[in-house]
Design a binder for this molecule. Structure first.
Ligand SMILES: Nc1ncnc2c1ncn2[C@@H]1O[C@H](COP(=O)(O)OP(=O)(O)O)[C@@H](O)[C@H]1O
Ligand SMILES: [Mg+2]
Length: 358
């Protein structure tokens, strides 16, 4: 069999660096070594690239940084590979596919995808446009509004305007309390808060402004959190719907509830009426098409606890692969274990038409 060389990128410069280390550990440990030569390439928080060939256990704890060898990914389409740098010598390691297991900025936002397009190396997941649109909550909302996807009432502001009386008044008029405040570009609930009055609004806007120059403000949705997994390029497969139950002491599904609280649970399939499940699955496909997605995405919704209305929240073009992550669990429920899921993702990367004709 023709073994493929797959470079797995992990870590990265975003606030979700630590989540990526866990996701990459899951992915590397589940990749079929009969089918793939794996080249793990870690990116430090500072943005330094290191090839790491040591034990996979040392990825999560950060020790990989001590043993990595400097490397770069060449944008030169003639090289198609990773350049390993040892002293004053450089060695090209040809790569067939890249799996960017990076969450958030500089990983899930189209930047790394742009580099890989230049290098003409196939890669797992969404292309430049789908990645950047999906990373930016304001643009996701604009696109999904145009596609007629139901969403929470929202507005957005520049961080530079948050202390202006007019801005605060407009938010109060258009959205009203309680409301949710989010950096437009972030993830893992970083910088997100709920506000029930002017003081909390200002505090929340300042907090969100630490992460982005654009801030989204949404009406509060008292909803159940439902998620669904998508796999495919033109032909899209959608799983059943899963539900997230935040720990009782968490105010919402925040970073801590997501990764540190053992009482947060996932339920697959979600105990919801069949027609609601179908509605979510069909909206998930619609969202994926609207943003021009490819390969992989997890699409998240709310179901209003009273009206049972389905409301799209966001999509993640590189969903987590931790032990509590919904994306791989949804596929497992659908009869696709991680190993086969990774095979399909790599196949989809190799067969993807990026639309660039030159
Ligand atoms: N409009 C909203 N109303 C109520 N809860 C919300 C709202 N938006 C977000 N949340 C809560 O905050 C969490 C994180 O928000 P989300 O938009 O998914 O951002 P992230 O990209 O950080 O995951 C959600 O999982 C949910 O628990
Ligand atoms: Mg989310």
């Amino acid at each position: 069999m023709n073994k493929k060389t797959v470079a797995v990128l992990f870590g990265g410069q975003s606030s979700e660096h630590s989540v990526s280390l866990v996701s990459a550990t899951t992915i590397i440990s589940n990749m079929d070594s009969e089918k793939y030569f794996i080249i793990p390439v870690g990116i430090t928080k500072e943005g330094k690239w290191l090839i790491y060939n040591g034990p996979v256990e040392n990825i999560k704890n950060g020790d990989w940084e001590k043993y990595g060898t400097p490397a770069v990914l060449s944008p030169d389409a003639g090289m198609k590979g990773i350049i390993k740098i040892v002293g004053d010598k450089a060695k090209i390691i040809p790569v067939d596919v890249v799996f960017p297991v990076l969450h958030g900025a500089w990983g899930e936002d189209g930047t790394i995808q742009g580099l890989l397009e230049l290098a003409k190396i196939p890669y797992v997941g969404c292309g430049v446009l789908a990645s950047s649109v999906s990373m930016d909550k304001v643009y996701t909302k604009i696109i999904c509004k145009d596609a007629g996807i139901p969403q929470a009432n929202y507005t957005w502001v520049f961080a530079s305007d948050i202390e202006k009386e007019d801005t605060l008044k407009r938010i109060e008029k258009e959205i009203g309390y309680p409301l949710f405040i989010k950096p437009s570009n972030a993830g893992s609930s970083v910088g997100i808060s709920k506000a029930t009055n002017r003081d909390e609004l200002l505090k929340g806007l300042k907090e969100a402004a630490r992460y982005d120059r654009k801030i989204v403000i949404e009406e509060f949705v008292n909803g159940r959190e439902l998620e669904c997994a998508v796999l495919g390029n033109e032909d899209i497969k959608v799983t059943r719907v899963g539900e997230i139950l935040s720990a009782a002491d968490a105010e919402f599904y925040d970073f801590d509830a997501k990764y540190n609280n053992p009482d947060s649970k996932t339920v697959i399939p979600a105990p919801i009426p069949a027609e609601k499940e179908e509605e979510i699955r069909s909206l998930a496909k619609k969202v994926f098409k609207a943003v021009d997605g490819s390969g992989i995405s997890r699409i998240d919704f709310f179901m209003d606890r009273e009206s049972e209305k389905i409301i799209f929240n966001e999509l993640n073009t590189l969903p987590g692969f931790t032990s509590i992550s919904m994306y791989p669990m949804l596929w497992e429920e659908a009869g696709l274990p991680k190993k086969e899921l990774i095979d399909e993702l790599i196949e989809l990367a190799l067969s993807r038409d990026n639309g660039i004709r030159g």
